[in-house]
Design a protein around this ligand. Structure first.
Ligand SMILES: Cc1ncc(COP(=O)(O)O)c(C=O)c1O
Length: 330
């Protein structure tokens, strides 16, 4: 965006994110002399907001609502970039009219802090990173993650499986791997409440939670974070998938504890779900296959929810397994 001029030095990068992409943007933005403004659903683990604030980003925590609502976190993030651009344009106009000093003119300018509490005054404009629709996301996985998998397995990979949030990972990796060899099978693992499983397996974006009379005002479908979605994004549309599986929250919780105990892996909720997907694919393909998945983040961003015994008990998700019996493996 800086190279193309869509983002000016000193400008603000805005993003609607359940946490991970925002943390990456908030980390790199200051290195490019820019600021970062994040709009995050308030059901995301609180430590993600704390990390963002520690990185110097401004954070708006908002109620989760449908994407069709103007106050969906992605729509607010988009609006914040537009507001920053309007402010920058007005500021430029004022300076051009009479060449007065910026400080003297501040009273004439709109006050974004008043209109949008928590939003800093941005006179250098804004850029909405748009992780869901921006195909730079797909390209990062097509040019980065896919080739890394190919090199690290020496091309000996039979299948890839991952859950999707934006869809960038499954799209970029599946496109790359299937170009390398059409024999490689790529699958989606989908959490509860997401419409993608039905889209991939039946061509219809529909979840049973959406059946007539069952739609909740504030839908609560899954405790996993960053995965599952009920709309088709440009990134997901690039995916080359051979099939899809569904995973439950209970399986993800049990898998995380199994991997901690047996492999020393302290994983976040989506990574645990990806491993549930790997087992589903392994059972479908049978022994002797190499299956790749992604460990997207670690458990440290999930202490207040996924690793909090009280939170899990509240939803009947207390882990009890001693092995992999929750995946019907003795
Ligand atoms: C923790 C976590 N896991 C998985 C994903 C899903 O990855 P993708 O957006 O590439 O589908 C995300 C989304 O950004 C995420 O934040």
């Amino acid at each position: 965006a800086l190279e193309s001029g869509e983002l000016s030095p000193g400008g603000v990068v805005t993003e609607g994110s359940a946490g991970s992409t925002a943390i990456s943007l908030a980390t790199v933005a200051p290195a490019f002399g820019c600021k970062c403004h994040v709009v995050i659903p308030d059901d995301a683990a609180i430590e993600k907001s704390q990390i963002l604030e520690a990185l110097g980003a401004t954070v708006e925590r908002v109620r989760p609502v449908s994407i069709t609502h103007r106050d969906h976190y992605v729509n607010i993030a988009k609006r914040r970039a537009l507001e920053a651009n309007e402010l920058a344009a007005k500021d430029k106009k004022v300076s051009q009219v009479d060449g007065k000093d910026r400080d003297q003119m501040d009273g004439c300018l709109p006050n974004p802090e008043k209109e949008n509490p928590g939003f800093l005054s941005h006179y250098n404009g804004g850029f909405f990173a748009d992780q869901f629709e921006n195909l730079a996301n797909f390209r990062a996985h097509y040019e980065g993650t896919g080739p890394e998998i190919w090199e690290q397995t020496d091309g000996n990979v039979d299948a890839f499986v991952a859950a999707a949030g934006t869809g960038g990972t499954v799209a970029g990796v599946s496109t790359f791997l299937q170009e390398k060899s059409p024999k490689i099978k790529c699958f989606l693992i989908d959490p509860p409440g997401s419409g993608l499983f039905n889209k991939v397996t039946r061509g219809v974006m529909y979840t049973k939670e959406e059946a007539e009379g069952r739609r909740l005002k504030n839908p609560f479908d899954t405790i996993t974070e960053g995965i599952g979605i009920n709309r088709l994004t440009k990134n997901f549309m690039m995916a080359k998938l051979d099939g899809a599986f569904q995973g439950t929250d209970k399986e993800a919780v049990e898998m995380s504890r199994f991997l901690l105990k047996n492999d020393g892996l302290f994983l976040g909720s989506s990574s645990a779900m990806n491993c549930v997907g790997a087992v589903r694919v392994a059972k479908a393909l049978g022994p002797g296959h190499t299956i790749v998945t992604i460990l997207c983040d670690n458990g440290m961003r999930h202490l207040s929810k996924f690793y909090d015994p009280k939170y899990l008990a509240q939803y009947g998700l207390t882990p009890t397994a001693t092995g992999l019996e929750f995946m019907s493996i003795k």
